[in-house]
Structures are given as structure tokens and as C-alpha cells.
Design a protein around this ligand. Structure first.
Ligand code: AMP
Length: 297
């Protein structure tokens, strides 16, 4: 059943609402997002639903995780639609702060430093997405740490779709002893396998067809592993070849790593995660698939 949904923009109101929910005996469940919500986000909110949970969804396009050349300004903002989806999915509170509320009142543009304190998770932040998007995970870790301090959730839900982000956050939470349980949720896909993403709306009809190669390449690697292939390099070459053979696709990386450490695998001799990033025109898409174990995402 849908309940009244409250939208607030300040940390002060947020703290009050969370305090009241705790006093009413609720646990605090948290789903951080950048808005432009789709069924993937809704699945995280639905996963959080329980009779005891007070579900907070944040909607904040975080400038510090975008580089100046990236799509911060044109990132889709669809607040009315987002509120409806949150309401239908069972959220109780939307926290939609301004950039000034989050980072202070300095003049601010993507990539500039507004606050002077940042959280860095070196190592896992420096490869793949971190290498292609320098500073990205510093922005992500910082905003998620701030949100965790603001919301003080008992449990927070993240999508496996952003597998490296999830690994960075798990590391940060462990290293800084942040008292929150992190729950990973499977990737929701369109019928043709494309991982749902707020950025899919940028794709032209032609690109929308071309980009299904990402899921096909990941699935091909998984099938080969199930048939007994163990050579990670062979599988990487196979995936890259499929991407390169697709018109309109500019591959960034197609790799196989350990799902926890993100260290590259040579042999598939335990848990292995295949990850792809590729550009279609100006739109950069990422996806990943576990090559071993049951298909959950
Ligand atoms: P974003 O708004 O893109 O920052 O994503 C907010 C949260 O939703 C992150 O934890 C994402 O991993 C998760 N998410 C994004 N796309 C999907 C998807 N297709 N399936 C499941 N979770 C997703």
C-alpha cells in the first residue's frame, strides 16, 4: 500500500524525520540515487520494503563525481516522475538537497573543489572506471560518506550494475567502521539484455540497437566459462572483438577481475567478474556479469 511521501531538501529536516522514525521503532533503510529513476532504482527501493523499515531515497546529481568534460549539466533531471516512482515503490522520505546544501555556499562548477574534505579509497578506485574517469570515485566515496552521516542508515542498497562503485563503498565502510550494512541488488535489464541506466535515454534508435552488444559479449564470456574455458585473456579478446565488430561502438575496456579486489584474473579458477565500458556516440555505458555461480544479475 502506498503511504504519504515526504520530500525535503535540508539536512536539518532530514535529521528530524529520521529521528522521529527511529523513535517510532523503525530501522532506517537508504537508497542513494542521482534521480532520473527507472525500474532498476525502483527494484532497490522495493528490496528495502519491510514492515519495520523507514525508507529514505536521496536524489542528488553529485557534481564532484563528474569531470568538467562529462555530462553533469545535461544529466537528466526528472524530479516529478522520480517522486511518483518512489511513492509507488514504497519509499517514505525523499532527500533532494541542492549542491549548496551538500557542499556549502561557494560558487561551484563540476570538477571544482567546493568543500575541502574528501574521502579517498585508493587502489580499487584507481583502475577501470577510476582510470577512465580520474577523481570519479573520490567524488562518489565523499558524497556517499556525507549521505551516510546525514541519514545514518542501518542498511543501504546499491546496484550490482555499478560493481566497482559497490566495491569502493564496501571498502570505505569497512575501513572507516561506518555502522551500515551494505546490500547488493541484481542488475535490472531491458528485454534485450541492456542494463537499465539513466543514460540510456541519450541513445539514438540506432545506438540503442548497437549497444546490446555489451550484454551479448558479457553473456558470451559467461557461456564459454560454463563450457569450460578458463583463459581470462582469451575471453577478454573475445569480448573486445565483439565490441569492435559492432558499428558505432567504441570500447573502453572489456576485462575480467576478481569481484572483490578488482585485481585482473589470468585464470578463471574462482569468482570472476567480466566488466565492459563502451561509448556509443557521446554516451558511455558500463555493465558487468559474474562469470561463475548462479546468474543473479
Ligand atoms: P544512479 O542513480 O545511477 O547513481 O544509481 C543509483 C543506484 O541505483 C546505484 O546503486 C546503482 O547501482 C543502482 N542502479 C542503477 N541502474 C541499475 C539497474 N539497472 N539495476 C539495478 N540497480 C541499478
Amino acid at each position: 500500500m502506498n503511504q504519504a511521501l515526504v520530500t525535503i531538501t535540508t539536512v536539518r529536516e532530514l535529521r528530524q524525520a529520521v529521528k522521529q522514525a527511529r523513535q517510532a521503532g523503525k530501522t532506517i533503510a537508504f537508497v542513494p540515487t542521482m534521480g532520473a529513476l527507472h525500474e532498476g532504482h525502483a527494484s532497490l527501493i522495493r528490496r528495502a520494503v519491510s514492515p519495520h523499515a523507514y525508507i529514505v531515497v536521496s536524489i542528488f546529481v553529485n557534481p564532484t563525481q563528474f569531470r568538467p568534460s562529462e555530462d553533469f549539466n545535461r544529466y537528466p533531471r526528472t524530479l516529478e516522475h522520480d517522486l511518483q516512482l518512489c511513492q509507488q515503490s514504497g519509499a517514505h522520505l525523499i532527500f533532494a538537497p541542492t549542491v549548496e546544501e551538500m557542499y556549502g555556499t561557494h560558487s561551484f562548477a563540476a570538477g571544482e573543489k567546493a568543500s575541502s574534505s574528501f574521502v579517498e579509497v585508493p587502489g580499487i578506485s584507481d583502475v577501470l572506471e577510476g582510470r577512465s574517469r580520474p577523481g570519479h570515485f573520490r567524488g562518489v566515496a565523499t558524497v556517499v560518506a556525507k549521505l551516510f552521516h546525514q541519514v545514518q542508515p542501518d542498511v543501504a542498497y546499491f546496484g550490482q550494475k555499478d560493481a566497482q562503485q559497490l566495491a569502493v563503498i564496501r571498502r570505505m565502510v569497512a575501513d572507516l567502521h561506518i555502522p551500515v550494512e551494505i546490500v547488493a541488488c541484481p542488475t535490472l535489464r531491458e528485454d534485450d539484455g541492456l542494463a537499465m541506466s539513466s543514460r540510456n535515454r541519450y541513445l539514438s534508435p540506432e545506438q540503442r540497437t548497437q549497444c546490446t552488444v555489451i550484454y551479448h559479449a558479457l553473456s558470451e564470456a559467461r557461456e564459454r566459462v560454463q563450457e569450460g574455458e578458463r583463459d581470462a585473456h582469451f575471453l577478454e579478446v573475445l569480448m573486445k572483438g565483439m565490441l569492435q565488430d559492432t558499428p558505432g561502438c567504441e570500447p573502453d575496456y572489456a576485462v575480467i577481475v576478481d569481484p572483490e579486489t578488482f585485481v585482473p584474473k589470468e585464470k578463471i579458477n574462482g569468482p570472476a567478474l567480466a566488466l565492459i565500458a563502451a561509448r556509443f556516440g557521446t554516451t558511455r555505458l558500463i555493465d558487468n556479469l559474474l562469470l561463475t555461480g548462479p546468474l543473479t544479475a
